[in-house]
Write a protein that binds this ligand. Sequence first.
Ligand code: CDP
Ligand code: CDP
Length: 223
Amino acid sequence: QHQALQIAIDGPAGAGKSTVAKIVAKQLQLFYLDTGAMYRAIAYKVLKSGVSMEEEARVSQIAKHTEVVLDHSEERTVWCDGEDVTQQIRSPEVSRAVSVVAAYPEVRERLVELQRREAERGGVVMDGRDIGTHVLPKADLKIFLTATPEERAKRRWKELKMAGKDVSFEEVAQDMVQRDREDTEREISPLKPAGDAIILDTTGLSVDELVAKILMLAQEVVP
Ligand code: CDP
Ligand code: CDP
């Protein structure tokens, strides 16, 4: 067990972050924090309240007064003000809205504070967009996962199909390109590899191969 080991996994949508982060966390007995789920929960709440995504002040207020709790058990339930939103936050509507909400400084400030507080509980694998650059700048290992846009869209589309969602590949691919652009171009904490991140292109790599690679890198940094 690695008490205070911190592993940051960043990258664009569909790169494989959450899949590998969960497995790596389990193998190393660290806990896993899905920071994207937090931004999604806020976007869900804003959509539900009928406030326009463009109203920065009101969206920031909502973020400040929303209680987001991530369950650390295998269930990985996501709670938003006591409501189980685990399924709802994966909808195409939330996926389209989330990067707008995530660009607002006050929304980020609030969630980053929660994320850092979680990291004080012990060793952690955290995945997101700004973990290595901003949330955990002193992480022991920083991984930046990439894959071609085609491959990432294919993965996400397959995933949605398997969950019984009837969406076209084009729609998934377009939404993804749009979200990646918004995440990359925003002013605060944009999606980009930290200077000391190890960049792994996952195109054509299996989940098992990827996990093995990251576990090997983790072995080298165990304090
Ligand atoms: O799983 P997927 O890659 O589709 O997205 P996610 O990790 O659930 O993140 C959803 C969105 O939240 C991202 O597109 C970003 O707009 C935002 N996000 C962020 O800004 N910073 C993070 N650390 C994590 C997510
Ligand atoms: O969290 P992120 O959006 O980066 O990606 P993910 O949700 O972990 O992965 C998206 C899909 O791609 C999942 O269904 C994974 O099983 C799959 N995947 C894959 O086929 N090959 C990889 N090397 C990594 C992920």
